[in-house]
Design a protein around this ligand. Structure first.
Ligand SMILES: [Zn+2]
Length: 285
């Protein structure tokens, strides 16, 4: 009987503090402070769930188990304030607002000529309908959410041996027409070169033949942090698969709007494309 009592006591003592007894917590945010960069914010102790809100309108959930990934767009304002609002029903420690100043991007101008005219602006009704159908598939993928944070260990190169043939942020002029800036990184490599998952992920879109993108994969690394991979000649995974970091997901190609075999890799975080090069360079503290 005494032993049973002691066991019960031990279980109660191991419960996390509740209500007013919650331990104080602090938030630390690290990451590249540049346009196209990001911050990963973590809590020092279990203090419930917070909603982070940035002065440029970004939101992310933060708890002790799940850090928050806050992206900065190519055109992000340079002064950013992050506020943390407690979402738990119990009392939570107040986390003070934090301010950051970003470095402005220095974007290149890239001219690409010799693209088939229909791949710059779709011409026929059939082409326009295909683009519309592709767009709907992508919207469904972008809306996918999982509470995981598989990105937290960092990213690795998706094509091991390659030449960087396009950088994030450059203003693109395609066949002489100014187009949207390039919001990914291009890895030139021979057709058939292995493409590896840059972080563990769930496959949320796998399409072999998109109009502009050609063979396309969207990988969800958790909490809406997604890789998008374009122009692939072969896909080795399908919708709903889970892939580990470094696992082969397909092969380099030049399908869709491409002038040579390469992988276009973008990282989209709940609607905002960040610079993949900065993600590759980041190491968690
Ligand atoms: Zn590209």
């Amino acid at each position: 009987m005494i032993r049973a009592f002691c066991l019960l006591f031990a279980v109660f003592a191991a419960q996390p503090a509740m209500g007013e007894d919650r331990a104080p917590a602090s938030m630390s945010c690290t990451g590249p402070l540049l346009q196209g960069g990001f911050l990963i914010c973590a809590l020092s102790a279990d203090a419930g769930v917070y909603q982070l809100e940035t002065s440029d309108g970004k939101q992310a959930k933060l708890s002790f188990d799940h850090p928050a990934f806050l992206p900065f767009s190519r055109n992000s304002p340079l002064d950013i304030t992050i506020q943390a609002k407690g979402l738990s029903r119990h009392w939570q420690p107040t986390i003070e607002a934090q301010q950051f100043t970003l470095q402005a991007g220095n974007w290149a101008i890239e001219r690409i000529d010799g693209l088939p005219p229909g791949k710059v602006t779709p011409r026929t009704l059939e082409q326009q309908q295909k683009v519309e159908a592709d767009w709907k598939k992508k919207q469904t993928a972008w809306a996918h959410r999982t509470a995981a944070s598989w990105y937290a260990g960092g990213f690795t190169k998706p094509v091991e041996v390659s030449r960087t043939s396009g950088v994030y942020g450059s203003q693109r002029i395609l066949n002489g027409k100014p187009k949207n800036p390039h919001l990914g990184m291009d890895f030139a490599a021979p057709k058939g070169t292995d493409i590896l998952a840059p972080a563990a992920a769930e496959v949320v879109l796998a399409e072999p033949d998109m109009y502009f993108e050609g063979g396309l994969l969207v990988l969800d690394h958790g909490a809406g942090v997604m890789s998008v991979m374009l122009h692939m000649s072969k896909l080795d995974v399908k919708l709903g698969d889970w892939v580990g970091q470094g696992q082969k997901v397909g092969e380099v190609g030049m399908t869709g709007r491409a002038t040579g075999p390469h992988l276009h890799w973008g990282i989209k975080v709940r609607g905002t494309y960040i610079n993949p090069k900065l993600a590759l360079e980041y190491t968690a503290p």
